[in-house]
Structures are given as structure tokens and as C-alpha cells.
Design a protein. Structure first.
Length: 88
């Protein structure tokens, strides 16, 4: 699990089934969980913005950045799997 800003937030990316993914963030005693289908990453980003704009949570832009960074890392790994392997 990656740590960010002591005492602020830590996040993890947890893979579920082949077509479903989960982003998870633990912040203090709160746990934010975003489940989505592969291919709907843009909707996840929209949902993160909506969470930031809600006044009934303490989910902020830093939290959204942590989760969107993890989402980007995961997408990069998936894309890398499609690249041809170097010939020895």
C-alpha cells in the first residue's frame, strides 16, 4: 500500500474480476471505494470530481489526485502488456 502525506491519506488499487476494478482510499476512519468496469475510466474521473464537490464528505482534491494517479498507473500497466516484447 502506498503512503501519502503522513496522517492524510493512503490508497491502494485492488483488482477484482477480469472486467471489474476497484479503487480504494483509506483516510482516517473513512474508506472510499470506487468500483467500475474496465473501459469506463472517464466515468471514474467524473465521479472523483463529484466527490470533491460534495460538502458531506472530507474527500478533497488531494484524495482525487491519489486515486487518479493510481488509475493512470494501472492503465499504463495494461497498455504495456500490449507492447511487443524486445527480441533477445
Amino acid at each position: 500500500m502506498s503512503s501519502y502525506s503522513p496522517g492524510h491519506a493512503r490508497g491502494e488499487f485492488v483488482m477484482q474480476s477480469q472486467g471489474m476494478k476497484t479503487l480504494s482510499l483509506v483516510k482516517g476512519n473513512q474508506h472510499f471505494c470506487f468500483r467500475y468496469e474496465v473501459g469506463s475510466e472517464a466515468k471514474v474521473l467524473d465521479a472523483l470530481v463529484e466527490m470533491v464537490n460534495r460538502r458531506d464528505t472530507n474527500f478533497d482534491w488531494f484524495d482525487a489526485a491519489v486515486l487518479s494517479h493510481q488509475l493512470g498507473q494501472h492503465l499504463a500497466k495494461e497498455l504495456k502488456a500490449f507492447l511487443p516484447k524486445k527480441a533477445a
